[in-house]
Design a protein around this ligand. Structure first.
Ligand code: ADP
Length: 366
């Protein structure tokens, strides 16, 4: 069979490969790129919408299997790539930032900053360009969790400043604006000023994802940020106890009121996995996060176990995702990052639904 005929069959085969999150085939989604066919040797890229795609390997295998089965194909090379797509085009603030993920909780102490930190690290470990904004103005803990010394940010002129950096992650925090150990004493209007500075004066450069660690609750800072920053989606962190779930519900309602898409709910400190007998113990009741997600018809993003090394890592500035990347807790955060990134792609696909479908340009033109 000629290479031209093979190409037509390859496209037809790839049209049967569906992205399980976006419910469309990868050709119509415009994922198939740079097709080259030479004497039955087929080579092409599959460009996903996020390097954190949880089904990347599954898609690669399906493409390879279906193309290999075509008569006349001698070899298949599938190259998986990713180009994170931008939400909220033409926004005047944070122009180089493609997606903003707000991490919120109804109350303090549920592990919101720990989730923000490990989510940001896990996303950056996939190769994405990631920033982390510690907007928990009264209790900024991200520098401590990442082991970044408290030093003033470096200015770049025009009142702008550069974020601190740790393992490729760009970080700003209210903690950098104070002397170490000193509280930041602010009145209401000054809060808005700090948030404005974080939104307008930071030289983030190009970012695929900016994770914002919001303060707990549904107060001034949360509202200012959700109104002034083009937030692409929000993650609500809760623990399984009823008192936490009641407050998490308020967080969910806040995002619904300000029309920020909810990427989902994550339940932290869900269970203890006992290494001695390999059993899971649900210390604070089971299934509350899932029920809250069902009630509001938003995705349940998963359970994070209660693990001493997560707490020690946070206290010592060595998050598990960086320090113990092979641990089951790091895997839980990576799975969470994959689901968050996939949900963002789903939200974007919904927003772009009215745009025309991509048609595949054949390499061979008669
Ligand atoms: P928040 O931001 O909601 O106030 P933090 O992220 O600061 O909460 O977490 C509160 C404390 O709980 C910290 O000491 C943190 O290390 C610990 N912690 C958070 N998640 C876990 C977990 N899954 N297992 C063990 N300790 C955790």
């Amino acid at each position: 069979m000629s290479d031209q005929k093979i190409e037509l069959q390859v496209i037809a085969a790839l049209k049967t490969v569906k992205d399980p999150d976006l419910h469309k085939d990868i050709v119509s989604l415009g994922f198939v790129k740079n097709m080259k066919i030479d004497n039955g040797h087929v080579k092409f890229d599959v460009e996903l919408t996020t390097p954190a795609c949880p089904v990347k390997e599954q898609l690669r295998q399906e493409c390879e299997g279906k193309v290999k089965a075509i008569e006349g194909v001698s070899r298949v090379e599938v190259n998986m790539t990713a180009e994170v797509r931008a939400a909220h085009h033409n926004q005047p603030v944070l122009t180089g930032v493609k997606n903003i993920i707000a991490v919120a909780s109804g109350k303090g102490g549920v592990g919101k900053s720990t989730v923000s930190t490990n989510l940001a690290v896990a996303l950056s470990q996939t190769g994405a360009r990631v920033g982390l904004m510690d907007a928990d103005i009264y209790g900024p803990s991200i520098p401590q969790m990442l082991g970044i010394p408290i030093t003033p940010p470096k200015g770049s002129g025009n009142n702008k400043f550069f974020p601190h950096e740790k393992s490729g992650l760009k970080v700003v925090s209210a903690a950098f604006l104070t002397k170490e150990g000193q509280p930041l004493m602010l009145r209401g209007p000054m809060l808005g000023g700090i948030i404005q500075q974080f939104l307008q004066n930071v030289e983030w450069g190009e970012l695929d994802y900016l994770v914002i660690d919001l303060p707990p609750g549904t107060g001034d800072v949360q509202l200012t940020l959700t109104q002034r920053a083009p937030i692409s989606g929000a993650v609500v962190v809760t623990t399984p106890q009823k008192v936490a779930l009641i407050d998490a519900e308020k967080g969910v309602r806040m995002f619904q009121n300000v029309k920020v898409p909810l990427l989902g709910i994550v339940e932290n400190m869900s269970y203890f996995h006992c290494p001695d007998n390999d059993k899971k113990y649900y210390l604070f009741k089971h299934g509350g996060g899932q029920r809250l997600a069902d009630q509001f018809k938003v995705p349940f993003l998963g359970e994070i176990p209660i693990v001493p090394e997560i707490c020690e890592g946070g206290d010592d500035g060595r998050p598990v995702t960086l320090d113990h990347p092979d641990s089951s807790s790091a895997q839980a955060y990576r799975a969470l990052a994959g689901r968050v990134a996939a949900q963002l792609s789903i939200v974007q696909a919904r927003e772009n639904a009215e745009q025309p479908e991509t048609t595949f340009e054949l390499a061979w033109k008669e």
